[in-house]
Design a binder for this molecule. Structure first.
Ligand SMILES: Cc1cc2nc3c(=O)[nH]c(=O)nc-3n(C[C@H](O)[C@H](O)[C@H](O)COP(=O)(O)OP(=O)(O)OC[C@H]3O[C@@H](n4cnc5c(N)ncnc54)[C@H](O)[C@@H]3O)c2cc1C
Length: 266
């Protein structure tokens, strides 16, 4: 029996239109596995909620400018506690949670549009960005600081393509690079620590016979979330970057390191 860890408050944000899909099964398994281990779980099932995926003036009511200024207007509505109830509820769930799992299939090399729309609408100005002091020495609270600091996030992603297509020399590009905009740009930006993703490849060929092994691997990840080390992204305001250029200071990285990986310590 795995150890009972207990006490985590987990939000699962789930994006798949079919409850009987593999993604649906993985979401259901996460709920039962975490609850049986003594954790609290809430689920945002975006298709079941009929989640509105596009930002528009209706999101900001009387705080919508004409012409619409999405960032500023979302911040004004946030400051006035006047965001729409659906968005306010998601922000409340994020603040309630200490662990956030995103369960989705890779569609066109990224998350399904409904999930991107969740980010666009829920991660408002003054909540997820435009937070903290902007000065000569500090460029806001982001990348290691911010509203969601102290919480952890995990992507659970299924792909159609096999693992080799997503390897360092694979034609699709490395999976870590494809997930970079989500893991670093969306999750680390407002302060979430990001755990290494749980990625299942070749899922279109998965059979009922294959599923128990997949389920076991997922349960093992779920039951070790509390002790899993996050990806060591560099923090913005703690000396690694020149401010305001936000260039990585020379010499901090291993000699052969380039690209996105520059922004990971060690
Ligand atoms: C618009 C679109 C874009 C895409 N873009 C990409 C892309 O960029 N890169 C890429 O690699 N792939 C891509 N794909 C493929 C996609 O990532 C996969 O189809 C998806 O990840 C499979 O997950 P699913 O939940 O939809 O699987 P499902 O179709 O629900 O299931 C997959 C298989 O698992 C089986 N299965 C076994 N046990 C279970 C169980 N207990 N519960 C449910 N199913 C089970 C099912 O029978 C089925 O054969 C794309 C697909 C679409 C529709």
């Amino acid at each position: 029996m795995p150890p009972r860890l207990g006490g985590m408050k987990t939000l699962i944000v789930y994006a798949h239109p079919e409850p009987r899909s593999l993604n649906g099964s993985l979401k259901d398994l996460a709920v039962t596995t975490l609850e049986e281990a003594g954790h609290e779980v809430r689920v945002s099932d975006l298709y079941a909620m009929n989640w509105k995926a596009v930002v528009d003036a209706e999101d900001y009511g009387p705080y919508a400018s004409s012409p619409l200024r999405v960032a500023q207007d979302s911040g004004r509505a946030f400051d006035a506690s006047a965001l729409t109830p659906d968005v306010a509820a998601e922000q409340e769930k994020l603040l309630w949670s200490d662990t956030i799992i995103f369960q989705f299939p890779l569609w066109w090399y990224t998350m399904p549009a409904i999930l991107k729309g969740w980010v666009d609408r829920v991660f408002t100005f003054h909540f997820a960005y435009g937070v903290g002091e902007h000065s000569d020495t500090k460029y806001g609270e982001r990348f290691g600081e911010g509203t969601l600091a102290g919480r952890r996030a995990l992507l659970s992603v299924t792909t159609g393509g096999p693992e080799s297509h997503y390897a360092a020399r694979g034609i699709n590009g490395p999976i870590d690079d494809l997930l970079w905009p989500i893991q670093h740009g969306i999750l680390y930006y407002p302060g979430l620590e990001v755990l290494p993703p749980f990625v299942l490849h070749s899922t279109d060929r998965l059979t009922a016979q294959d599923y128990p092994e997949v389920a076991k691997a997922w349960q093992e990840r779920l039951l070790t979330l509390a002790t899993t080390e996050p990806i060591a992204f560099r923090r913005q305001n703690f000396g690694d970057y020149e401010i305001p250029a936000l260039h990585l200071r020379p010499g901090l990285e291993p000699a052969d390191r380039t690209g996105f990986a520059l922004h990971i310590r060690g």
